[in-house]
Design a protein around this ligand. Structure first.
Ligand code: CA
Length: 177
């Protein structure tokens, strides 16, 4: 099983962080506007703590299953099964035919940097700016500290959870509703 281990940190500015990531040897691997759609069947996955996400980004698409969280105070750890999808619309239609409906929508602008074993995402979201660090626990701590942060800054919530807490159903920059 593949597990995703990550944390987020809310920041005022991403530029400063990006400079530090670059000067530490971080390599820009992608810079995309993302549209993310969660699919569910009568909240079945939501109640199990799981999620099915179809993401469209830079003319590509990915389908991701996220398992229930593994108990951890400081880190967000979830099983993750992911595959590229060549046709976003076809995949969305298959999910709909299987009885899944779009249950949540969120967008963000994400720049991904690779720094050794670590993936650093610089996220501009309708909820603000965040740095996401994905790696082993030890590397997360080392990279966070290199960027000037510590465990007390770690956020283990997903953007969807943050939005639900705020009573927001769609996370977009210009939803118009
Ligand atoms: Ca991640």
């Amino acid at each position: 099983m593949e597990f995703e281990k990550e944390i987020k940190i809310k920041v005022d500015s991403l530029e400063e962080i990006e400079e530090r990531v670059k000067s530490s040897g971080g390599i820009l691997v992608s810079d995309c506007f993302e549209k993310n759609y969660l699919f569910d069947r009568n909240d079945e996955l939501f109640h199990r703590g799981e999620a099915l996400r179809l993401r469209s980004f830079c003319d590509k698409a990915k389908l991701t299953f996220k398992g229930k969280r593994v108990k951890s105070r400081d880190y967000k750890i979830r099983e993750e099964i992911e595959t590229h999808v060549s046709d976003f619309d076809a995949m969305a239609e298959i999910l709909k035919r299987l009885g899944f409906k779009e249950s949540f929508y969120y967008e963000k602008r994400r720049k991904n940097y690779r720094l050794g074993e670590c993936l650093i995402s610089l996220d501009n979201t309708p909820l603000g700016k965040f740095v996401e660090i994905e790696a082993s626990e030890e590397i997360i701590d080392a990279v966070a500290s290199m960027l000037g942060f510590s465990k007390k800054d770690y956020i283990t919530k997903s953007y969807v959870e943050m939005a639900i807490e705020l009573g927001i159903k769609r996370l977009c920059f210009q939803c118009g509703d």
